[in-house]
Design a protein around this ligand. Structure first.
Ligand SMILES: [Zn+2]
Length: 147
């Protein structure tokens, strides 16, 4: 077993420790690092899992990227793609709903595309979610070339 971040080999105990709490196998250092990121940004676990799956797929994602106004769950800077994990549709307030739309409008104006992904998609269809994001990335790349 190896750390998904630095590829250092990890023991069974460390595997359990990281996988049980984060859903990703990480070394001790990276487990601590990610837990601090979650603490500071209230990052959903699904964002962590999606981040590492995208990293593995070679998409060069960035976790909790600061766009100058707020922290984005995952960003693919090369194609200006922001990915936000939607936690729970039933928990969303009307203020949150309109704020989300406003945020999306602002980032769109700055040339960024924002995609909101329901946490359930990541939880149950991680591979399909990654495939779809890779499709979005190549679509955005084609658009950049066209300009
Ligand atoms: Zn590591």
């Amino acid at each position: 077993m190896t750390c998904k971040d630095c590829a250092r080999s990890i023991g069974h105990e460390q595997y359990r420790e990281s996988f049980d709490s984060l859903g990703v196998e990480l070394c001790e250092r990276h487990t601590k690092l990610i837990k601090r990121v979650i603490l500071n940004n209230d990052t959903p676990l699904e964002a962590i899992q999606l981040f590492y799956a995208l990293k593995e797929a070679g998409a060069n994602p960035m976790l909790e990227w600061w766009d100058g106004k707020r922290s984005v769950d995952i960003a693919i800077s090369r194609v200006k793609l922001n990915i936000e994990i939607d936690k729970d549709y039933n928990m969303i307030t009307h203020e949150q709903a309109i704020n989300d739309l406003e945020d999306a409008m602002h980032s769109f104006k700055n040339g960024f595309t924002t995609v909101r992904i329901p946490h359930l998609a990541v939880k149950y269809y991680l591979t399909d979610t990654v495939d779809n994001i890779l499709g979005i990335i190549s679509g955005l790349k084609a658009n950049i070339r066209a300009i």
